[in-house]
Design a protein around this ligand. Structure first.
Ligand SMILES: Nc1ncnc2c1ncn2[C@@H]1O[C@H](COP(=O)(O)OP(=O)(O)OP(=O)(O)O)[C@@H](O)[C@H]1O
Length: 444
C-alpha cells in the first residue's frame, strides 16, 4: 500500500483516538510527514526540534499503541529529518466575508501579513499550523498561543495573519495587536493622565489581544502586574491571547513566575530559521507580490544562499538589488548583486562564511565561472573544483549537508560526504589540491 495512504489512515485513526484526549495532539501530528515504512517501522519527519521533543514526551507512547492497533506496523520510530528540504505555498482559508478588508488602522494589523503571503517550509510548519488552528477557533483551541523565535522569522506576520483571518470571519470581533513596548507606553500614559479606567477598558474588553515581543516587559514590574490582570480577565472570559517573544517563556529573565506559567497554559511553539529552499520560495513570493519581474533564478539563489537567517533582511536584499538596478540602469545579475549586497553579505558570516562566497572563490581559483561550477559538466578539473568547494563549505559554514548539496544543484547529501572524504585524502597527498583549498580558505 502507498505510504501516503497508510499515513492518512493512521493519522485519522490517531486523531479519532487522541484528539478527544488532548486537543494539542492534532497540531503536533500535523507537523509530521511520512518518510518510509519498512519492516514495521514507520519513519516520520517532524518539523522542528521543539515539536520533536513534545511528540516524544507527550504522544509517542500512545502513537505506538495505536499503530499496532491499525496493523500497519509493530514499531514506530520518529525522525527529525534536516535533510529533506521542503517549501510549500499554502492557500489561505477563504474568509467567509471577502468584503471585510483588514485595516492597518485601529487594530494595528498590517494588511500584507496574511496567511496567503506566508510561505510554509519545514522551519515554520508547526507555528503555521497552530496559527491556523487559533485563527479558526479563537479562544478555544490554544489559549494563550505563544510563539517564539529569533528576529525577522515571521512571528509578527503569523500573529497578524491570525488577526486578519478572525476579522474576516467575524466583523464584530474586537482585535488588537500591540507591541509589548506600546502596551508599556500606554500604561505609563494612563498613569500619568490618570486614565487607568480607560486603559483597562481598552485592553480588557477585547476578543483577541496580541502582544508582540513580550520580553520587553522583563524587569518592568508594574507593566507585568497590569498585564497579569489583563491576561486573567481575558482568559477567564475565553478571549484569545497571542504572545510572541524572542525565546521560550522560561528563558525570559525578569518575568514573574506567575506570568511565565500562564504563558505555558496553552500552546508554546517555536519558529526556526528557514532552510535554503524555503528562503528561495520566500524570495520568489516577495518578488511576485512586489511585481519584480525578471529577477534571474540564479540571483534569487545567490541571495538565498548568502542571507541565511533573517527573512526581513532577505526581503531587504531583494528590494535593494531592484532599486540599485533601477538607479544605476544596470542589469540584475550575480556579479552586480554581489556588489550591491556586499555589506549585507559580509555581515552574515553564518558563524563563518556563505556557500555563495566559497563558490565564487573556488571558481576564481580554478579558472571557471560560478555557472560552470554549478553546471552538470563533468570534466576532471570541474569535478575536483566542485568537490573542493563542497569540502570548504562543509568545514567553513554551518550549513547542513543537504543544504550544501542543494547549493551545488545536487539532490543527495551523500555527494557532499563523498567530496569531503575525497578532498580530505587528497590534501594529504596532492600539493596542488592542498594549495587550491588553502587559497580559497585564506581569502574567506
Ligand atoms: N514564511 C514567510 N513567508 C513570507 N514572508 C515571511 C515569512 N516569514 C517572515 N516573512 C517576512 O519577513 C519579514 C519579517 O517578519 P516578522 O516581522 O513577522 O518577523 P518577527 O519574527 O516578528 O521579527 P521581530 O522579532 O524582529 O519582530 C516580514 O516582512 C514578513 O512578511
Amino acid at each position: 500500500m502507498d505510504l501516503d495512504i497508510i499515513w492518512k489512515e493512521y493519522y485519522k485513526y490517531c486523531m479519532e483516538k487522541m484528539g478527544a484526549e488532548d486537543k494539542t495532539a492534532e497540531i503536533y501530528l500535523q507537523t509530521c510527514m511520512p518518510l518510509s515504512l519498512e519492516e514495521g517501522v514507520l519513519v516520520l519527519d517532524v518539523a522542528t526540534q521543539f515539536a520533536m521533543d513534545q511528540i516524544k514526551s507527550r504522544y509517542l507512547a500512545r502513537m505506538k499503541e495505536l499503530l499496532i492497533e491499525t496493523s500497519f506496523g509493530t514499531d514506530i520510530k520518529l525522525k527529525i529529518s534536516s535533510d529533506q528540504p521542503e517549501a510549500t505555498k499554502v492557500q489561505e482559508p477563504q474568509p467567509k466575508n471577502p468584503q471585510s478588508k483588514p485595516s492597518a488602522g485601529r487594530n494595528g494589523l498590517n494588511p500584507n501579513y496574511v496567511f496567503s503571503t506566508f510561505v510554509v517550509g519545514k522551519s515554520n510548519r508547526l507555528p503555521h499550523a497552530a496559527s491556523l488552528a487559533v485563527a479558526e477557533s479563537p479562544g478555544n483551541t490554544y489559549n494563550p498561543f505563544f510563539i517564539w523565535g529569533k528576529v525577522g522569522l515571521g512571528k509578527t506576520h503569523l500573529m497578524h495573519a491570525i488577526g486578519h483571518h478572525i476579522a474576516a470571519t467575524n466583523n464584530n470581533t474586537k482585535i488588537l495587536y500591540v507591541s509589548a513596548e506600546k502596551f508599556t507606553n500606554d500604561l505609563i500614559t494612563a498613569i500619568r493622565n490618570n486614565t487607568n479606567q480607560e486603559f483597562r477598558a481598552r485592553y480588557r474588553e477585547l476578543d483577541v489581544l496580541m502582544i508582540d515581543d513580550v520580553q520587553f516587559i522583563a524587569g518592568k514590574e508594574q507593566t507585568q502586574e497590569e498585564f497579569f490582570w489583563t491576561f486573567n480577565t481575558l482568559h477567564d472570559a475565553k478571549k484569545q491571547i497571542i504572545i510572541s517573544a524572542d525565546r521560550p517563556p522560561k528563558d525570559i529573565e525578569g518575568i514573574a513566575d506567575r506570568l511565565v506559567s500562564r504563558f505555558e497554559w496553552g500552546l508554546v511553539t517555536d519558529i526556526q530559521p528557514p532552510d535554503l529552499e524555503t528562503r528561495v520560495a520566500i524570495l520568489q513570493k516577495k518578488a511576485e507580490m512586489k511585481k519584480y519581474m525578471n529577477i534571474p533564478e540564479d540571483v534569487i539563489m545567490f541571495i538565498a544562499q548568502n542571507i541565511p537567517s533573517n527573512i526581513r533582511e532577505l526581503e531587504g536584499s531583494l528590494n535593494r538589488i531592484v532599486a540599485c538596478s533601477d538607479l544605476n540602469h544596470e542589469p540584475i545579475n550575480i556579479e552586480n548583486a554581489s556588489v550591491w549586497l556586499k555589506d549585507l553579505i559580509k555581515e552574515h558570516p553564518l558563524g563563518t562564511v556563505s556557500i555563495g562566497l566559497i563558490q565564487q572563490l573556488t571558481a576564481e581559483s580554478f579558472g571557471f565561472t560560478v555557472e560552470e561550477l554549478l553546471s552538470k559538466k563533468r570534466t576532471a578539473d570541474l569535478a575536483l573544483a566542485r568537490q573542493a568547494a563542497m569540502y570548504v563549505a562543509r568545514n567553513k559554514t554551518n550549513e547542513a549537508l543537504i543544504q550544501i548539496a542543494y547549493a551545488f544543484n545536487k539532490k543527495d547529501h551523500t555527494v557532499v560526504i563523498h567530496a569531503c572524504k575525497k578532498i580530505a585524502e587528497l590534501i594529504k597527498t596532492d600539493l596542488r589540491v592542498r594549495s587550491f583549498v588553502d587559497n580559497i580558505v585564506n581569502k574567506l
